[in-house]
Write a protein that binds this ligand. Structure first.
Ligand SMILES: Cc1cc2nc3c(=O)[nH]c(=O)nc-3n(C[C@H](O)[C@H](O)[C@H](O)COP(=O)(O)O)c2cc1C
Length: 363
């Protein structure tokens, strides 16, 4: 019997040689000023090109979408040129890479927005923290302020920002885009009942709360096509101050809408890696029924969990996050059963080559 993790897989427009994906990982090492991807980032992604598909770190669709220091954007010409060096490096090494399109919404800080509050669905206080630079440029953790609610024009502008980011991602040589609708960021803030108290057509019932995500998705599909688009969701669990009491239904609702549109993949971020309970088998079955396309599972996976879930048809591929930080050749190690290196969490966010490009391949 062939190893289910190493069977080829078609994800929309992309032909994957196997099913070990690299999950999106914010590493906060882009050039400042400008939030531009640099040569060190190109090295880092090149080293990990053995993944069936790399999903890039969250990448801001606009200045307004920024929430952490030194995260890259995809709204300026310099950023597109920087990303081109990354995608070229990955392609030269035989890999594929998707751009994760990100708007943090309220998980941000006024220092990124000229002293103005960040934006969200509603102007509600919430508890989360982010990382900004102090006067000396050193990273410092701060509480996120209460955001302001986007008005109708502001919402329309966000949709256009995703459209432009999609065009830029294609111009920069990405193979696919992934819309980040997970982890309590802007699109999740609209989707979740606890963070969205709007009274217009973007708030209230679930169909309204899902409207912004689906408008963004339709704009991205219009700009490229459904075969080049995936969406990442984390409907259940608590992330960055969002804990949707209707998350179970929300996940199924949007999954059915994704299926109608025939998108390339649904990327499910599961809650247990962030301290939540493991996803229930029953929920996986409901999700599979709602979305018969490609499902990528992520969160606390090891090879065995991935194989079992692929064999049972509940997912089609698995994405690995922390293991890819410390094991640039993770897919090869899983194939051969080689030992894994443990990642050093102190170098996850920000800094230099240490803990970034200096993890060795297995010998
Ligand atoms: C350092 C770090 C950065 C992350 N950045 C992102 C991100 O930019 N976008 C995203 O969707 N998830 C992000 N995540 C979540 C991962 O994609 C993944 O879902 C999580 O690490 C669980 O998978 P794992 O148990 O294999 O590490 C991040 C996780 C870590 C540890």
């Amino acid at each position: 019997m062939s190893d289910p993790l190493f069977r080829p897989l078609t994800i929309g427009a992309a032909q994957l040689p196997h099913r070990v994906l690299m999950a999106p990982l914010t590493r906060m090492r882009a050039d400042d000023p400008g939030d531009v991807p640099n040569a060190m980032m190109a090295d880092y992604y090149r080293q990990r090109a053995g993944a069936a598909l790399i999903v890039s770190e969250g990448t801001q669709v606009s200045r307004q979408g920024k929430g952490y220091m030194d995260t890259p954007g995809i709204h300026s010409a310099e950023q597109v040129a920087g990303w081109r060096t990354v995608t070229d490096a990955v392609h030269e090494a035989g890999g594929l890479i998707a751009a994760q399109l990100w708007h943090v919404g309220r998980v941000s800080h006024e220092s990124f927005h000229g002293g103005e509050p960040p934006v969200s669905a509603s102007a509600l206080p919430f508890r989360s923290r982010t990382t900004v630079k102090d006067a000396e440029g050193r990273p410092v953790r701060v509480n996120c302020p209460t955001p302001r609610a986007l008005d109708a024009d502001g919402i329309a502008a966000v949709v256009e920002d995703y459209r432009r980011a999609t065009r830029h991602a294609r111009d920069a040589g990405f193979d696919l885009v992934e819309i980040h609708a997970a982890h309590g960021y802007l699109l999740h803030q609209f989707l979740a009942a606890d963070s969205n108290h709007r009274e217009d057509e973007y708030g209230g019932p679930l169909a309204n709360r899902a409207r912004l995500l689906l408008e963004v998705l339709d704009a991205v599909i219009d700009e490229w096509d459904a075969a080049h688009v995936g969406v990442r969701i984390s409907p259940v669990g608590s992330f960055n101050g969002v804990d949707d009491p209707e998350g179970v239904q929300a996940g199924l609702h949007v999954a059915a809408a994704f299926a109608e549109r025939g998108i390339a993949f649904l990327h499910l971020s599961e809650p247990d890696w962030a301290g939540g309970p493991a996803l229930e088998e029953e929920y996986r079955k409901h999700l599979r029924a709602a979305f018969p396309g490609i499902i990528v599972g992520a969160g606390n996976y090891d090879a065995q969990k991935a194989r079992t879930l692929i064999e049972s048809g509940l997912i089609d591929a698995a994405a690995f996050g922390r293991a890819y930080i410390a094991n640039p050749d993770l897919a090869q190690r899983l194939r051969t059963g080689a030992a894994l290196t443990d990642p050093d969490a102190s170098t996850f966010y920000g800094g230099d080559e240490r803990g970034y490009t200096d993890y060795a391949a297995y010998r």
